[in-house]
Design a protein around this ligand. Structure first.
Ligand SMILES: Cc1cc2nc3c(=O)[nH]c(=O)nc-3n(C[C@H](O)[C@H](O)[C@H](O)COP(=O)(O)O)c2cc1C
Ligand code: SF4
Ligand code: SF4
Length: 281
């Protein structure tokens, strides 16, 4: 069972490869966190099959696990397909749990942040999962464009990153298939605690907001793409309408709306006028 979140598609690509390699279910986290989606109920327990691996696959946001993913891990309920002997429920202990995160260049203490979150979930503890036993980072094309010095990668670097990560992912898939424990192949970057705890805190509290998004009406053709691709339903709009951000606090500033706009009509404050666009194709 693989739980994943993806904005611009890098992580979705990795998660789909993992699902193909392990023959295990791929579950998108975002619909479970949407108030407007009654077909996905987070209160309903997920059932881990016998010998099934448990994967968490997500992009790094501000050197941390994205808040939406942390909330999901905190709230989800999971149980094993326990066998029953007489009246006694036999719970299989300690399934293999792993994490693959994607990032533009460095992840800081994201895995520690993930394990701290796992520790808050009683149903994971009951299965014997107190932390992930293998963790990997994949360096993939940059999607964050919300600060003056941040932009998408030049085409050449994007191609290089995709090719290298494809090679690395092939090995990761084999190791995860084999349930290899104790592997932590991570690009943490310099002073990881400072980036995760100090810069990450500022990032989360100040820079994650939809209040700075607006549409340039002279460029917008009211195609509705931005509203359709938003993973958390934070954009009111659709074919024939200008997009409006709902400010319902679930926006992750994943920039998926911005990157998918075919006319570069979405801006984040005055940071993005000259920035590039990217999503995984
Ligand atoms: C809000 C936000 C924060 C990000 N923070 C980081 C970061 O701390 N470190 C990093 O290397 N990349 C960071 N990135 C880049 C993404 O982690 C990277 O592009 C990732 O592969 C995107 O995955 P996705 O396409 O599945 O959304 C950030 C991107 C966004 C949108
Ligand atoms: S994707 Fe761009 S052009 Fe289409 S509705 Fe959204 S802002 Fe307008
Ligand atoms: S509004 Fe845009 S940036 Fe915010 S979550 Fe939706 S797609 Fe991502």
């Amino acid at each position: 069972m693989i739980f994943y979140f993806s904005g611009t598609g890098n992580t979705k690509w990795a998660a789909a490869r993992l699902a193909a390699a392990t023959h295990e279910d791929l579950i998108s986290i975002a619909p479970y966190m949407r108030a407007d989606d009654s077909s996905h109920n987070i209160a309903e327990p997920f059932i881990l099959k016998e010998n099934e691996r448990l994967g968490f696959v997500f992009p790094v946001h501000g050197w941390r696990v994205p808040r939406l993913v942390r909330e999901f891990i905190r709230k989800m309920k999971i149980t094993s397909d326990a066998t029953t002997e007489g009246n006694k429920k036999m719970v299989r202990k300690h399934p293999f749990a792993y994490c693959v995160c994607t990032a533009g260049d460095s992840i800081g203490l994201t895995i520690e942040n993930l394990n701290d979150t796992i520790a808050l979930n009683a149903s994971l503890q009951a299965l014997g999962i107190t932390e992930v036993s293998a963790s990997y980072s994949l360096i993939m094309p940059e999607s964050y464009v919300g600060l003056p010095f941040m932009d998408v990668d030049p085409k050449e670097r994007e191609v290089r990153k995709k090719s290298k990560s494809a090679q690395e992912l092939a090995v990761i898939c084999e190791e995860i298939f084999d349930r290899k424990e104790g592997v932590n192949r991570l690009v943490k970057g310099p002073i990881p605690w400072f980036f995760t705890k100090v810069v990450g805190g500022f990032f989360e509290n100040v820079l994650i907001t939809d209040k700075r998004f607006h549409v340039e009406k002279d460029k917008c053709v009211k195609c509705g793409i931005c509203a359709n691709v938003c993973p958390v339903g934070d954009i009111k709009g659709g074919h024939g309408e200008y997009p409006e951000w709902l400010h319902h606090k679930d926006c992750l500033t994943c920039f998926t709306c911005y990157h998918h706009c075919p006319h570069h009509a979405i801006e984040f404050g005055n940071q993005t006028q000259k920035k590039g666009q990217y999503f995984y194709k």
